[in-house]
Design a protein around this ligand. Structure first.
Ligand code: C2O
Ligand code: CU
Length: 461
């Protein structure tokens, strides 16, 4: 009691000598990338050296209001260059954070001021976009939550950042073989420790009939999380930040590819003394607990009616899909992909020669990003892209700066999202309105794939 009272008095004293308003004026809020220690693997494993925003992995949850201006100064305390991409924000191109495309990398000891508007409410995230396949895997990512003017009627909210880590099983340190050919050419770098918010086996106590908004973010390099609700009844409310027209009751698995988000509203239907779970399908094919929700009491004796939809964001419609030009994106390469050759750095290389350069994938016959965009669009134009996956692996294709809708047969449009999982052998089609000026990356969010060929871009003039 005494201690609490004293620390309260001390913090009150600090506030008097340094008023909050004055401090905010003087220095913009910052995010510092630095090396730190985290207890990722359960004790008695030692802590793991990570790279984190403000020394945390995931980084601090950043909250902002829809329609607000967002400002953060990146301070780079790492020994190598970095930058921050604000994944899913329909952002000013200059603030998109892609090293080598929208900005120069921020050198060690340097800083960069990010400032942009937030047109959309929803669940977004931020992550390093320099050597992403290493930096994101080492922990440089966090949640960016943009709140609706009127929050939905829930009892509480939990932000859940799902990740996996490749740790040495003796030392619990991050495996530093990011260039391993096997990962680059197969399913990407899959981890051997699954965490939620940096904790393996996260436990959050709950009450029967409590209604919780779960904001799920897949920050893993390559793992496609297959999730299921146990002792919870849920509705998908939003995908990749964008509200669904109507909540979709969760009847089976929820599949979350790297980069993707889903907002769920769940009701705890397990009884007091039971444990509800968000479960994931493990590599061995069993359901394991991603997050355990022990039910420690009763919130109310009755269930609530199903949730109302979230308020729509602006510019959610994709019009003009019938009468517009179509681009094609053919994905080839990888192990068992039978790619013979592709163009890399202006030269035609055999698959073996590509491999020697650490490159394994081609988009439309070209490895990685060149000077020529995949598409050059006029501002406001509707664009369709047919994506053909001729490889033996799934790929999570992410478009920067704009959201798309999948075009189904008969022209029906799917939900608005920024990352689409395309399974092996599949052909899928997306459409979007090119309503954001600038140069935008379009790449696989299996980050080892992006680094070894699966990256292109488009330009909106
Ligand atoms: Cu979340 Cu280019 O990435
Ligand atoms: Cu991929």
């Amino acid at each position: 009691m005494n201690i609490n009272r004293r620390s309260f008095l001390m913090s009150a004293g600090a506030a008097l000598t340094l008023p909050v308003a004055a401090r905010a004026d003087a220095v913009p809020r910052s995010l510092t990338t630095r090396v730190a220690q985290a207890q990722l693997a359960p004790e008695p494993y030692p802590t793991t050296e990570i790279w984190g925003f403000d020394g945390q992995a995931p980084g601090p949850i950043l909250y902002a209001k829809q329609g607000a201006r967002f400002e953060r100064r990146l301070l780079n305390d790492l020994h190598l260059p970095t930058s921050i991409h604000w994944h899913g924000i329909r952002i000013d191109n200059a603030m998109d954070g892609v090293s080598g495309l929208t900005q120069d990398p921020v050198e060690p000891g340097e800083d960069f001021d990010y400032a942009f508007n937030l047109p959309d409410a929803g669940t977004y995230w931020y992550h390093a976009h320099s050597n992403s396949y290493e930096q994101v895997a080492r922990g440089l990512h966090g949640a960016l939550i943009v709140t609706e003017p009127e929050a939905p009627d829930v009892d509480r909210e939990e932000v859940l950042v799902l990740d996996d880590w490749r740790l040495d099983s003796n030392t619990a340190q991050i495996d530093s073989r990011f260039d391993a050919w096997h990962d680059l050419s197969h399913a990407g770098r899959l981890g051997n420790l699954i965490t939620t918010n940096g904790v393996s086996g996260l436990t959050l106590s709950t009450l029967q009939h409590e209604r919780i908004r779960l904001r799920l973010i897949n920050a893993a390099n390559a793992r496609v999380f297959v999730l299921s609700l146990m002792g919870l009844e849920g509705w998908a409310m939003a995908l990749d930040g964008m509200p669904l027209d109507r909540p979709a009751r969760v009847e089976s698995e929820v599949v979350l590819a790297p980069g993707q988000r889903v907002d769920l509203i769940v009701d705890v239907i397990a009884g007091e003394g039971d444990v509800s779970h968000l479960a994931y399908l493990s590599d061995s094919g069993e359901w394991w607990s991603q997050v355990a929700f022990p039910v420690t009491g009763v919130a109310s004796s009755t269930r609530r009616p199903p949730p109302e939809p979230l308020p729509a964001n602006p510019r959610q419609s994709v019009a003009g899909v019938e009468s517009t030009r179509k681009a094609k994106l053919v994905m080839e390469g990888g192990a068992m992909g039978r790619l013979q050759s592709a163009s890399y750095d202006g030269r035609r290389l055999s698959f073996r020669e590509m491999a020697e350069q650490g490159q394994f994938w081609a988009l439309n016959g070209t490895v990685g990003r060149t000077d020529t965009p995949l598409i050059e669009a006029n501002l406001g134009e509707t664009i369709r892209v047919e994506i053909q996956n001729k490889t033996a692996f799934p790929h999570a294709m992410h478009l920067h700066g704009m959201h798309f809708r999948e075009v189904h047969e008969e022209g029906a449009l799917g939900p608005l999202r920024d990352t689409l999982l395309v399974q092996r052998g599949e052909t899928r089609e997306v459409a979007f309105i090119a309503d954001n000026l600038g140069d935008w990356l379009f790449h696989c969010h299996m980050l080892a794939h992006a680094a070894s060929g699966m990256s292109t871009w488009l330009r909106v003039n």
